[in-house]
Write a protein that binds this ligand. Structure first.
Ligand code: SAH
Ligand code: MG
Length: 214
């Protein structure tokens, strides 16, 4: 989204993470796991370190990359994270164990839309991180938003979807893509109409929406 030259420049400034985290990045690249982009995770971690949440709920664990990065950055935080895909869930458990974080990063296997009652028992949460299927962002937001503490913040990843939300949808090849982009665009517009939250979109990584309780 940002000019390639500038992006490479910033990425080169970011110090290398620990070996195991680097291995996870390589694994994700090899197996096409859509973990957060380098600049995106940096901004998310910075915002979280300013917020200092004690409890975080994440929708979309994948292989545990973002959950682990958050847990490393925030040594006092507890993270509950949900993943639909069985294989990724198992891989996440393995990675979390390998990093020695199983006491603070709790994984749940299933659809976040059906697990809300169980997740609610772990709440209230100071931060909600939405990073799963984009077509369901509004549903995730509505279902999990009530579990936030009074100064809770919701972070939503991939809201710019490589810039497609800003482009003419007729340029998109498949109907499925057009529907997905339309839903995401509707979610973004809806976010900015909420009375309870003030939202801003940070155009870094794949676009991160930050919604703060008013
Ligand atoms: N947060 C991760 C990346 C998540 S990728 C990171 O940055 O490291 C998105 C993940 O959401 C995928 O692994 C996908 O299987 C999962 N997912 C999709 N729909 C879901 C749902 N309804 N409930 C839980 N997980 C879901
Ligand atoms: Mg993402």
């Amino acid at each position: 989204m940002v000019n390639e030259e500038v992006l490479t420049y910033i990425e080169n400034l970011i110090p290398d993470p620990q070996d195991y985290i680097k291995q996870m990045e390589a694994f994700a690249e090899k197996h096409d796991v859509p973990i957060m982009e380098k600049t995106g995770i940096e901004v998310l971690l910075l915002l979280l370190s300013m917020q200092q949440p004690k409890k975080i709920v994440e929708i979309g664990t994948a292989i545990g990359y973002s959950g682990i990065r958050m847990a490393v950055k925030l040594p006092n935080a507890e993270i509950i994270t949900i993943e639909l895909d069985e294989e990724r869930f198992q891989q996440a458990n393995l990675n979390i164990k390998e990093m020695g974080l199983e006491e603070r990063v709790h994984t749940l296997h299933g659809d976040a839309l059906s697990l809300s009652e169980e997740i609610n028992k772990y709440g209230p949460f100071d931060a909600l991180f939405i990073d799963a299927t984009k077509a369901k962002y509004t549903k995730f937001f509505k279902l999990y938003e009530p579990m936030l503490s009074s100064n809770g913040i919701i972070y939503t990843d991939n809201v710019l979807f490589k810039g497609t939300v800003a482009r003419d949808r007729s340029e998109l090849k498949t109907r499925r893509q057009r529907t997905l982009v339309r839903k995401l665009d509707e979610f973004n517009h809806w976010l900015f109409t909420l009375d309870k939250y003030e939202t801003t979109i940070i155009p870094v990584g794949d676009g991160i929406a930050v919604s703060k309780r008013k």
